[in-house]
Every structure is written in structure tokens, then in C-alpha cells.
Design a protein around this ligand. Structure first.
Ligand code: SF4
Length: 320
């Protein structure tokens, strides 16, 4: 920026950086999903995933290197927390993705990356300040100018922060639900011991901005013989009464070392039907990016089982 004085430029150099995270690897799934392993200047790495749909696409963005929570169905939960990402590193994931698809000058209507989901590695509400700063930059008309309607933040259930998300950011909310009883949810999503289901659902009932047009998404991973009975489906429908809710049913995506299996398709279909009968939308998510370990619950950037990941990925996916 030669139009600035030398002194101003020197001062900016001292206090600001202009850089992207380094792309360590990019993998392209047979189904079109793409995963980046990104490295920051202190050599920590995180993963981001782009899931293309026919007329839109969502970028799944990470908020932490690792995670302090140990949700038992989640691969990231096996990676200890190293640190929170900065706002710069969070926005950087979107910038790398836009670079990849050449989407800086394209008209907004034609962009592949139309939505962002804060559902990557980490619990975003344990890094609220940096996540909020990043999303404000992404939403700002003078920034990346992505509407809050196109952004969803997913939490495992950090109850005291939920209201703040609605008031300060106004983005869509998703809850990692996965169980209808506290004893089971304590195992699957251990933060439930601190904030049990009734407290979590109370926070959802009063989430600012939720409406029938803007429903809260309850993510529910389908684990064979663990949480997939018709009784579970009926109880979920009962619990969600009075909440502007929809349910995403996620067939479990396996990862090295897990003992869980995904529920058979007819079981998932029956679960979905019970929810539909109770006037709840409950689509069954089609797994995306499984061949490159990019599907929901499979992300992990620590080196210890990177060799397993690369061998899985290289069998049937392009490593770019
Ligand atoms: S589901 Fe989210 S909060 Fe739970 S371990 Fe995985 S990344 Fe962490």
C-alpha cells in the first residue's frame, strides 16, 4: 500500500498480519466434498470441510485445535485441546475455501460456498470471543458480507452462552443432542453432566430469534442399539414440544478406534417417521466425504493417527 506513509506502513506491519493459513493437504472425496488440513504460523493444524449441494454448499469451520469435551461418538473428542483458534484463523478457513473455488469476484448468487456451519473441530462456545469476532467480520457488509441467515453455530450444550449467541450474533443454532435421557447423554456428550437436558431445552425455548421460519436444528447421530429405538424417537418428540425445532438424523460415520456402529437404514427411517408423525421435520442426512474422513464427527488434525487417515483416504480419494 504505497499510498500510505512509511511510518503508517511500519506501524501496520508491527500490529497486523495479512496471510492465509498454509494448506498442508487438500483431499477431494468421490462425492465432491473437499477437506483442507490447514497449518497456522505456530504449526498447529485444523481441518475444514466443504460439502457441495446441488444449488448451495456449506463450509464446516473449526473453532479450536482439538477439543476439551470428549463426546464419545466424535473423532475430534479423542484429540486433546491445544488451543483456541483466533478470529483471523477462523475467517482464514473461509478465505482459503473461497480462494480454492475462485469465489472472490463471482456474483453472490452463483457462489458454491453459500453457507457456513460452525461444526468443525472444537466447541465454538468455549471460544466465544474469537468466534463472535470472526462471524461479525464474515457478516459485515464491509467484510465478507455473508448473511446471518446463512450461518449456523453448533454447540454441544454450553447453556449459559446460548442466549448470547442469539442476542449478539443472531445466527442459526444447532444443538448436538444425540440422546433423550441424561444417563445416556452423560456418556455421549459429557458436558450434559454440567448442563442436563432440561436446562439445555429451556435455553432453546427462549433462544432469541427462533421462529417457525428459523428453527433450531437438533443433531442426532444414529448409533446402533444405543439411541435409536422407537421409544427414543417418541421421547425426543415429547422433549421438543414447544420448541421451534427440526431434527437432523445423522448415520454414524466410523473412525479408527470407535466401537460404535451406525443404525441400519430401516431403523433410521422408522425413527424419522415417528418424528414426522409428531409434526417434526427429520431428514436423514446423506453421509458426505466418508472416503476422506471428512464426514460429520470424523475430523481430527493431530498427527498420532494421521497415517491411518491418509491410508484410508488414499485408497479411494484424490489427495490434491
Ligand atoms: S462433538 Fe464437538 S464438542 Fe463434542 S468432542 Fe466433538 S468437537 Fe468437541
Amino acid at each position: 500500500m504505497t499510498t500510505l506513509s512509511k511510518t503508517a506502513r511500519a506501524k501496520l506491519t508491527e500490529t497486523h498480519v495479512i496471510e492465509r493459513p498454509e494448506i498442508v493437504t487438500q483431499q477431494l472425496s468421490q462425492d465432491g466434498a473437499r477437506k483442507w488440513l490447514l497449518k497456522s504460523s505456530d504449526k498447529n493444524t485444523v481441518e475444514s470441510v466443504f460439502i457441495p449441494e446441488e444449488d448451495r454448499g456449506a463450509l464446516c469451520v473449526s473453532s479450536q485445535v482439538g477439543c476439551t469435551l470428549t463426546c464419545s461418538f466424535c473423532h475430534t473428542g479423542t484429540q486433546r485441546l491445544i488451543r483456541n483458534l483466533t478470529a483471523c484463523e477462523i475467517v482464514g478457513q473461509l478465505m482459503v475455501a473461497r480462494d480454492t473455488y475462485g469465489e472472490w469476484s463471482s456474483p453472490p448468487a452463483n457462489r458454491k460456498i453459500s453457507n457456513i456451519v460452525m461444526m468443525g473441530m472444537g466447541e465454538p462456545l468455549f471460544n466465544f470471543n474469537e468466534v463472535a469476532k470472526a462471524l461479525k467480520i464474515i457478516m459485515d457488509p464491509e467484510g465478507i458480507a455473508l448473511s446471518k441467515r446463512r450461518i449456523t453455530l453448533s454447540t454441544s450444550g454450553v447453556v449459559p452462552m446460548i442466549k448470547k449467541v442469539g442476542e449478539e450474533l443472531g445466527v442459526g443454532l444447532a444443538i448436538s443432542m444425540h440422546a433423550v435421557r441424561d444417563d445416556l447423554r452423560n456418556q455421549l456428550v459429557p458436558i450434559n453432566k454440567k448442563y442436563p437436558i432440561d436446562q439445555l431445552l429451556d435455553a432453546c425455548r427462549t433462544y432469541p430469534g427462533a421462529s417457525s421460519a428459523r428453527r433450531i436444528t437438533f443433531e442426532y447421530v444414529m448409533l446402533d442399539k444405543v439411541n435409536d429405538s422407537p421409544a427414543d424417537a417418541w421421547e425426543l418428540a415429547r422433549l421438543l414440544k414447544g420448541i421451534h425445532a427440526k431434527v437432523n438424523l445423522i448415520p454414524f460415520n466410523r473412525w479408527p478406534g470407535t466401537s460404535y456402529k451406525t443404525s441400519p437404514f430401516p431403523v433410521i427411517k422408522r425413527f424419522s417417521q415417528i418424528l414426522n408423525d409428531n409434526k417434526l421435520s427429520a431428514p436423514i442426512r446423506v453421509p458426505r466425504g466418508r472416503d476422506i474422513m471428512a464426514a460429520c464427527g470424523q475430523l481430527k488434525s493431530a498427527n498420532e493417527d494421521r497415517s491411518i487417515l491418509s491410508s484410508t483416504a488414499s485408497t479411494n480419494a484424490a489427495v490434491l
